[in-house]
Every structure is written in structure tokens, then in C-alpha cells.
Design a binder for this molecule. Structure first.
Ligand SMILES: [Zn+2]
Length: 258
């Protein structure tokens, strides 16, 4: 890994997360097969809510409204390429608003085909097609950090794609997508742990849980953060643990004794 502990500690603030992640990703793609990211640090009161597929515009609209009511919370969307385009036609500008408000957008295939069916080349072409859709709805080229395989199937071709394109293959450690919103809020949500990557979809039940979940997190002193933030916290903790005292402090400007 090319990013030293001292380098990462010198960086301050969420705005520099992107520059902190880039060398990590370059090192990852150059040498070792990409690892799979499923959860973040258990020490910090942060979780990453992730919303897959995003095919239904009225559900996405409800989630956007919930986010507007909870302006200090950030989430990550994993839309397919087809969903990027179809949602944009029904809710013009929605993806730009989501990106501008600091939420993450990750790759979840163009048309939700099981990655097991893709050759390495087909997986790369699928990603490039998805990127074209993203560039179109955002009207610009944007760095993409995270990739989640449909059906959670991190196939060899999907992992090869992540290595080739510098993406972090991301699964999940918990889910808020139960069959009943009240049951999920009562029994599943309270078991959410620090660092969890929480799986959700654009379903009516999930939108109801989402609307309850963001205020609930706040009431518990927890924050919904982007996958970028959760991953950054996780890598920083790993680097700290390689020889620096790990404290509860959350500062990125402190220094360690060598
Ligand atoms: Zn999916």
C-alpha cells in the first residue's frame, strides 16, 4: 500500500477522502486481487445505508424527501444503468441532486444480470455501459468507488472488473429490507451495529423503514454516512492499528509516535 499512516493522518476532513482513497485503490488494483468490503469500523457510531436497484421513481422520490428532512445524513445508491436512465426521464435532475448533496452512487450492473454469466470482457463492457448512463444523467465524468454485484454474486469476472477499474467490491453486513416495515423497525433496526453496511432496495416497505431509520439513527447518536466515509474510517483504523495507538478520537490531524 502506498499510503502511509502519516500521510493519511495528515489529511483533514471529509473533503479529502477522495484523495486519500485514490492511492489505496491504485495499490489494490496493481498488486493483489480486490478484497470485498462488507462492513466498517465497529468503533465509530456510523453506518452506511445502501439502496440497490432504484427502479421505482415514486419510491426514490419518497427517499429523496426523507433525505431532505434529514440533511445531516448521507447514503449510497446502487442503481442499475437502466434505472439511472428511466428514473432520470421521470424525475429529471434527480441524480444530479443526489450527487450534489454528497450521497454516493455506485455500480450495480447495467441490467441486473447475474455476474456469474459474464466473461471478464463482458463484465468490463457492462461497467462501461453503466458509466455512460451515469455520465449522461450527471452531465459529467465522476469518479466511482464502489461496485455491488447483483444477487451479491462476487464472481471472478466481477472481481476482475473491480481490479481493472479500481472499484471496491461491496456487499453488506445487515439488512433493513424485511417483509413488514413495523417489524423491521421494531426488531431488525435496533440490532444495527456501528460500521454496518445496511442493504435496502427501492420497495415501499424499505421506503417506510428508511423514513423511520434516519431519525432513529440520530436518536441513537449514530450517523448515516456514505460508503466512502465508512471505508475511509475502516482503512484509517487498520493503518492506526499497524503501530499507532488507536483511541476514540476522531481527529484526522493527530500524529503518532514512530
Ligand atoms: Zn440488485
Amino acid at each position: 500500500m502506498s499510503l502511509s499512516r502519516r500521510d493519511i493522518l495528515k489529511l483533514g476532513g471529509a473533503a479529502l477522502i477522495a484523495s486519500a482513497l485514490s492511492p489505496i485503490l491504485r495499490a489494490q488494483s496493481a498488486s493483489t486481487p480486490p478484497s470485498i468490503f462488507s462492513r466498517g469500523s465497529r468503533r465509530l457510531p456510523r453506518v452506511a445505508l445502501t439502496i440497490d436497484d432504484c427502479h421505482l421513481s415514486y419510491i426514490l422520490q419518497r427517499m429523496e424527501n426523507t433525505l431532505a428532512d434529514n440533511p445531516d445524513m448521507r447514503v449510497t445508491f446502487f442503481p442499475t444503468g437502466e434505472a439511472l436512465l428511466s428514473i432520470e426521464s421521470k424525475l429529471p435532475g434527480v441524480w444530479k441532486r443526489i450527487a450534489e448533496q454528497g450521497h454516493d452512487i455506485g455500480y450495480h450492473s447495467y441490467s441486473h444480470i447475474n455476474p456469474q454469466l459474464f466473461s471478464n470482457q463482458a463484465a468490463l463492457e457492462d461497467y462501461d455501459r453503466w458509466r455512460e448512463a451515469l455520465n449522461k444523467v450527471l452531465s459529467k465524468e465522476t469518479r466511482v468507488y464502489f461496485a455491488r454485484p447483483p444477487y451479491g454474486n462476487a464472481s471472478p469476472s466481477f472481481l476482475n472488473l473491480c481490479g481493472q477499474r479500481g472499484l471496491i467490491c461491496t456487499l453488506w453486513s445487515w439488512g433493513w429490507g424485511g417483509a413488514d416495515a413495523q417489524d423491521t423497525a421494531a426488531y431488525t433496526m435496533p440490532k444495527t451495529k456501528n460500521g454496518d453496511v445496511v442493504l435496502m432496495h427501492t420497495r415501499s416497505v424499505d421506503a417506510a423503514v428508511f423514513a423511520q431509520g434516519l431519525p432513529w439513527l440520530k436518536s441513537q447518536g449514530k450517523q448515516a454516512v456514505t460508503l466512502r466515509q465508512l471505508y475511509y474510517d475502516f482503512r484509517k483504523e487498520q493503518i492506526d492499528a499497524e503501530g499507532c495507538e488507536v483511541s476514540e478520537a476522531n481527529s484526522l490531524t493527530r500524529t503518532c509516535d514512530e
